[in-house]
Write a protein of this length. Structure first.
Length: 137
């Protein structure tokens, strides 16, 4: 599979700020979602080989309360992962969503669905279904 990472700090967002005060992030920082329902980050990704793709969200949640988000592909919700506590704001974990993506450009929007807002979001890594055995299922 061809794998590409997209940094949250370079993505579009409706609410939230780019910060770098908790170590362990990749790139230049992460997005600290505002603590409100509906805050969101939208990545525009490019897929080489259409088919089953994996979307790997890297995040930290230093609380013990889940920070669920709805994940929408081109405006359609495909999953609502929980983004459970990682133990510390400096401890980063991944949550993987599988989706069918055609070749070409797509938007991947991660929207907080509770008043606590989303986790701190570091990046999205997309693996497409091309060559080398395809994306994880
Ligand atoms: C703390 C933490 C932030 C985090 C926030 C939250 O303020 O330092 O990085 O985003 O909690 O609860 O979302």
């Amino acid at each position: 599979a061809a794998t590409t990472s997209y940094e949250a700090e370079n993505a579009a967002r409706t609410q939230g700020v780019v910060e770098s005060n908790h170590n362990g992030f990749t790139g230049s920082g992460f997005v600290n979602y505002d603590n409100v329902t509906g805050s969101s980050v939208t990545f525009t990704v490019n897929v080489g080989a259409g088919g089953n793709a994996s979307l790997v969200f890297r995040f930290a949640n230093g609380t013990t309360v889940n920070r669920p988000m709805s994940i929408a592909v081109d405006g359609t919700t495909v999953s609502t992962p929980q983004f459970a506590g990682t133990g510390a704001w400096t401890t980063w974990n991944t949550s993987t969503v599988n989706a069918t993506l055609s070749a070409g450009s797509h938007t991947i929007k991660a929207t907080a669905t509770t008043a606590n807002g989303g986790p701190n979001l570091d990046s999205l890594t997309v693996s497409d279904s091309g060559g080398g055995g395809g994306a994880p299922t």
